[in-house]
Design a protein around this ligand. Structure first.
Ligand SMILES: [Zn+2]
Length: 325
């Protein structure tokens, strides 16, 4: 009699737990326990401050300028302040209009747990440069702010998969930073990199909705994770086809990669008016929550293990949307 009582209590407890796991998102707050580990800690004011520092205090951050050097210092300082002791600055040069330009990629790696290590890696990227004539608050201080905030959140989050955060240089001159980065990546590292999330222009009030773009217009691991995470913490994210950002060189290495961006683009795109006044905190938070939850789904302990449905979120059906830019 006692035994039965205990086991039925246990059953009720399990029912309650599974209900908590599957409850639908309400008011943008994730009800999934795993997502909450990210969503509740992503602080939009931190992101807004990064955009302020990058676009207002530093200002234009064209590749090879004084603004870029200040940006690189800022990124290194931020990563180190979160406890990363493996920050790397990769210098590279390229030629534009007969002029040789030096630029930099800045990265930091969140290491996996020692005794739970898949030996896999997920990348989360942005580009830190702006067009030379503008402050680039949305393009791409917004994505860089999200990279920094996710790096801060994940710094103290145990995962079984490494997460490499990278802010690329010289994107606006033709994806130079990401191309150089991919070119220098050891084959062994490319092999164990299972997903690459790129965030470029993720905070404009005046742009459309979030879309995931793949270089070949096909779904992949990143879009599967992004769509599912979006449906849990915000809304379902469609996918589409576009190159034109730093996901492309990694796609070319055979790594599942996608660009997260709002489309149609805002009227301030690549103008002097791409300034912080046009940034939406809601949009920033939404993208960081979605990408952060997607990254956590694949990097947390015991995943991917979707068949273990008691702990893993279910895949979702999502759709292709014609590119609108
Ligand atoms: Zn951009």
């Amino acid at each position: 009699m006692k035994y039965v009582k205990v086991s039925s209590l246990f059953f009720v407890l399990i029912l309650l737990m599974s209900n908590a796991v599957y409850a639908a998102p309400q008011d943008g707050n994730a009800k999934h326990a795993f997502d909450n580990k990210i969503v509740k800690r992503v602080n939009v004011d931190n992101m807004y401050n990064h955009i302020y520092n990058l676009s207002e205090v530093i200002g234009p951050r064209g590749a090879g300028t004084e603004g870029e050097l200040q940006t690189v210092d800022y990124l290194v300082d931020q990563f180190e302040s979160y406890g990363y002791d493996n920050v790397e600055v990769q210098e590279f040069t390229f030629t534009s209009g007969g002029e040789e330009i030096t630029s930099y990629n800045v990265s930091a790696v969140k290491e996996p747990m020692q005794n739970h290590n898949t030996d896999q890696q997920v990348m989360v990227g942005s580009h830190h440069d702006s067009v030379p004539w503008g402050q680039g608050a949305n393009d791409d201080a917004s994505g860089t702010a999200a990279v920094l905030e996710l790096a801060r959140v994940f710094a103290n989050t145990p995962t079984d998969t490494a997460i490499k955060f990278v802010a690329f240089g010289a994107e606006e001159y033709g994806l130079w930073g990401s191309r150089k980065y991919a070119e220098a990546m050891p084959a062994e590292e490319a092999e164990r990199t299972v997903a690459m999330f790129q965030m470029d222009m993720v905070g404009s009030k005046d742009a459309g909705d979030l879309v995931m773009f793949t270089a070949d217009g096909q779904k992949n691991t990143v879009t599967d994770l992004g769509a599912a995470a979006g449906s849990r913490v915000s809304e379902l994210v469609p996918y589409s086809q576009l190159g034109r950002s730093d996901h492309v060189p990694f796609h070319n290495l055979g790594i599942p990669a996608a660009l997260f961006i709002h489309t149609p683009l805002e009227p301030w795109y690549h103008t002097e008016d791409d300034i912080i006044e046009h940034i939406s905190k809601d949009k920033l938070k939404d993208v960081a929550d979605t990408v952060g939850s997607a990254v956590y789904q694949i990097t947390r302990k015991d995943t991917p293990a979707l068949e273990r449905s008691a702990v893993a979120p279910v895949p979702v059906d999502y759709y292709y949307e014609e590119p609108e830019l």
